[in-house]
Design a protein around this ligand. Structure first.
Ligand code: ZN
Length: 124
């Protein structure tokens, strides 16, 4: 195997990041899962020490949300000099029912019961 030739143009986006690309961690943009090559993913049989770039891009899926490798972002090596990896989660995914939606549920159920009641009356 020889991958010394043909640098990917996409690499310039993370040109600031130093060190061996094989040690870089990758974060799933869908769910925030971080792939750490030092740990691998025991759950899906990926040995510790496996670089993200050595994973099979066709078969690897995020162990949490099943996203493909395209959803992962290079967040640099674990021992990076400064806070590259800020907390970028801004509370998305908190999906609570609004009072309006609750009203729709309640009113919908009420209307259904009422319609059922009416049909009973019409039988008389
Ligand atoms: Zn994920």
């Amino acid at each position: 195997m020889n991958d010394a030739s043909g640098e990917s143009p996409a690499a310039e986006a993370v040109a600031e990041v130093t060190g061996d690309p094989a040690s870089h961690r990758f974060e799933c943009r869908s769910c925030g899962f971080v792939y750490d090559p030092a740990e691998g993913v025991k759950k899906v049989g990926i040995e510790p020490g496996t670089a993200f770039l050595d994973l099979d891009p066709l078969s690897f899926r995020c162990p949490v949300c099943r996203s493909k490798v395209g959803a992962f972002k290079d967040i640099g090596p674990r021992d990076k000099p400064s806070g590259f990896e800020e907390n970028l989660n801004f509370g998305l995914g908190v999906n609570r029912l609004t009072p309006g939606q609750k009203n729709v549920l309640i009113f919908g159920g009420f209307a259904l019961a009422f319609a059922f009641f009416l049909s009973l009356y019409s039988l008389r």
